[in-house]
Write a protein that binds this ligand. Structure first.
Ligand code: PEP
Ligand code: MG
Length: 323
């Protein structure tokens, strides 16, 4: 089996009936690129930049960030790289940023909420990204977007920094796609409106499931509610993909669900364009997709959407795809 996977390393990801999807990797640092390429990753679907900020005593400078982003873009040799802007707060905090403790950190002051208020931190990161953009195929993604206003504010800060850099003579790519993570139910529900303004969606199921089921993703006692195959989750995922396609945009997924062998047949059937997962899952997923017929999976997904429970969905997928 491992041997068959290895042969797929330099192949595109194509279903048995010829539908192409992109298999990308989630990374946390420039050192991870080696593993992405050796596992046949077609891009980086999620670069979690918060690790640049953690395990140190002060904010990373613009130049430090620039070097990291440039390295990732260069080493990916023109393949797409989706960089997520700082997603701090929740379970991740910075020792040098003293923020008041909160009753519900996962519902609190985190990610884009923090960046839109601490704009110096945000602008520094955006400048570093924009300066690095000429070294590869950069896409910028904002985390934890709950409203269109947040997206518009973040985008306008980004465009402001871009203009300032261009005016001061910097080389900035002019085709940088700007997208959002869909990890809050309000954004999934309103995806048709967001799709008119964003260049792409990446569905963050780790958080989307937690917020939809109101079940803390870190809490063992409620882990029975953490149900990726719950038809409620599948319907939200479908809404996001359909909304993107209606506006000619692409939809990816960068939560754990994207690399899950039960979820993959459904996601293929729903028309997901990009699956971003840990690098070590890519070849297995490519092999699985190669043996799936997208038209059949479309029917499977339609059936799954009408089911009542996550268990029923799991049984259906197992039965249909002989897992
Ligand atoms: C997610 O929420 O699905 C996601 C990919 O982001 P993180 O796991 O970093 O919160
Ligand atoms: Mg998240």
């Amino acid at each position: 089996q491992k041997k068959e996977w290895a042969l797929l390393k330099n192949e595109a990801t194509i279903s048995s009936d010829g539908v192409h999807v992109e298999l990308a990797a989630n990374i946390g640092s420039p050192q991870d690129i080696e593993g992405v390429l050796s596992n046949g990753g077609e891009g980086v679907g999620l670069y979690r930049t918060e690790f640049l900020y953690m395990e140190r005593n002060q904010l990373p400078t613009e130049d430090e960030q620039y070097e990291a982003y440039k390295k990732v873009l260069e080493n990916m040799e023109g393949k797409p790289v989706v960089v997520r802007t700082l997603d701090i707060g929740g379970d991740k905090h910075l020792p040098y940023l003293s923020l008041p403790s909160e009753m519900n950190p996962f519902l609190g002051f985190r990610a884009i909420r923090l960046c839109l208020e601490e704009t110096d931190i945000f602008r520094t990161q955006l400048r570093a990204l924009l300066r690095a953009s000429s070294h590869g195929n950069l896409k910028i993604m904002f985390p934890m977007i709950a409203t269109l206003d947040e997206f518009r504010s973040a985008k306008s800060i980004l465009l402001g920094e871009k203009q300032a850099l261009v005016e001061s003579g910097h080389n900035v790519a002019d085709n940088i796609e700007i997208g959002i993570m869909v990890e809050i139910p309000s954004t999934a529900v309103l995806a048709d409106q967001f799709a008119k303004e964003v260049d792409f969606f990446s569905i963050g199921t780790n958080d989307l499931i937690q917020y939809t089921m109101a079940a803390d993703r870190m809490n063992e006692r409620v882990s029975y509610l953490y149900q990726p195959y719950n038809p409620a989750i599948l319907r939200l995922v479908k809404m996001v993909i359909d909304a993107a396609h209606k506006e000619g945009k692409w939809a990816g997924m960068c939560g754990e669900m994207a690399g899950d062998e039960i979820a993959i047949p459904i996601l293929l059937g729903l028309g997901l364009d990009e699956f971003s997962m840990s690098a070590s899952s890519i070849l297995k997923a490519r092999s699985q997709i190669k043996h799936l017929d997208q038209k059949e999976m479309k029917q499977l997904a339609e059936e799954a959407l009408k089911m009542q429970t996550a268990d029923e969905v799991m049984e259906l997928v197992k039965k249909t795809t002989s897992l």
